[in-house]
Write a protein that binds this ligand. Structure first.
Ligand SMILES: [Fe+2]
Ligand SMILES: [Fe+2]
Length: 375
């Protein structure tokens, strides 16, 4: 029979600690778990001291989890895998499980605030997708753009800028599109899309620039590793948008976000850890919720939601360059961040290329050398 203890932790969190071996006929324990679940929407189950348990015990946890959210604390991989396979949340410590209660609350508040956020215009993203299509042509593009006076005048202005110097002024949209060319047009639409997202959260210039620089460096890394054109475009867009969750947190919870910001500075810790301590959640989780709400493609949702943790194995060909670029920029800007060199080597290996840079910091500065038209 197992030993168990039911208590309420500081902050009012319901908690049960289970130790030893749980048998299938341990009805007293099963009843105790059921009773907690009846009175609480969520509770912590500490299985750190669990030695072994019959399948019936896990089945019971699974049943209970249909009415009350379980936060399981465990460091044992067998126990953790069992719980994960049932969709239960695992935490490495009681503290992190406690913190996640605050995170649930933050997400709940965020979701209710998001109801008032305008639905992101599909048109902006449609143009990005269209210019990524191999069959994209100017005629079709003109049809998509001609009824948008703001965009038409932006395109005419760019076509007449010094970058595309022409003897005669361009006054017709079709001519302007051909002059700028599909590559630059795609970039323009991506910037427009990015600005429309950032505009919703009133992002400051410094943060907007961080996204732009991340896109430039991530694309440079991917280019050097031989990424396909289609992947380069995905990586670029993900570089722009990777921190969108941070913008949302700062916009909806400005005072609390300042606390997190100061905490990060004082403790010299990565931003997402400061957010985690303050909000119980961090900008990757928040970003993923947003990316999902706005129907961003799956790859983009994954990069926004995993650019620090790198837990999603499948998407690493796209996430790693964004991770390296973001970490390089954080290091450059004196923000606490891990080393990115190991991950850079991993990325090149994944791309079957040798990473020859002795000092990647010196190499990545070059990413900013090529100048395009200013949008
Ligand atoms: Fe980030
Ligand atoms: Fe970032």
């Amino acid at each position: 029979m197992a030993n168990y203890r039911v208590e309420t932790l500081d902050g009012g969190f319901p908690y049960i600690n289970i130790e030893g071996t749980v048998a299938r006929n341990d009805t007293e324990l099963f009843r105790a778990v059921s009773n907690i679940s009846k009175g609480h929407a969520s509770f912590i189950v500490n299985l750190t001291g669990l030695e072994s348990a019959d399948k019936e015990f896990y089945d019971h946890l699974n049943n209970v989890s249909s009415r009350s959210k379980l936060k399981v604390v465990s460091n044992n991989s067998t126990v953790s895998n069992y719980c994960l396979s049932m969709g239960l949340k695992i935490f490495p410590s009681i503290k992190s499980a406690q913190l996640s209660f605050a995170g649930d609350e933050t997400i709940k508040m965020l979701l209710s605030k998001l109801r008032d956020v305008p639905i992101l215009s599909n048109d902006a993203y449609k143009l990005v997708s269209y210019t990524n299509d191999v069959n994209a042509n100017y005629e079709e593009l003109e049809k998509m753009i001609k009824d948008n006076p703001g965009l038409v005048s932006q395109i005419l202005r760019i076509a007449n800028s010094s970058f595309f110097y022409r003897n005669q002024k361009i006054t017709v949209l079709s001519q302007a599109l051909v002059t700028i060319g599909l590559t630059h047009l795609r970039r323009l639409f991506e910037f427009n899309f990015y600005h429309s997202v950032m505009g919703i959260f009133g992002a400051q210039k410094e943060l907007i620039d961080h996204g732009k620089q991340c896109a430039v460096v991530a694309e440079y890394i991917a280019k050097q590793a031989g990424a396909s054109k289609a992947d380069l475009s995905k990586i670029w867009l993900a570089g722009l948008l990777h921190d969108v969750g941070g913008q949302a947190l700062a916009f909806f919870f400005p005072e609390k976000y300042n606390v997190a910001r100061n905490f990060v500075k004082e403790q010299k810790m990565p931003t997402y850890l400061g957010e985690l301590v303050t909000f119980g959640t961090e900008h990757q989780s928040v970003g993923k919720i947003l990316a999902n709400k706005w129907n961003f493609p799956e790859y983009l949702q994954n990069i926004v939601g995993d650019h620090h943790y790198l837990q999603i194995v499948d998407g690493k060909k796209l996430t790693l360059p964004v991770f390296c670029a973001n970490t390089y920029l954080n290091n450059r800007d004196g923000l606490p961040a891990p080393s990115y060199k190991e991950k850079l080597v991993e990325y090149f290996q994944l791309m079957n290329k040798e990473m020859k840079w002795e000092n990647p910091d010196d190499e990545l500065i070059k990413a900013f050398e090529s100048e395009g038209p200013s949008f």
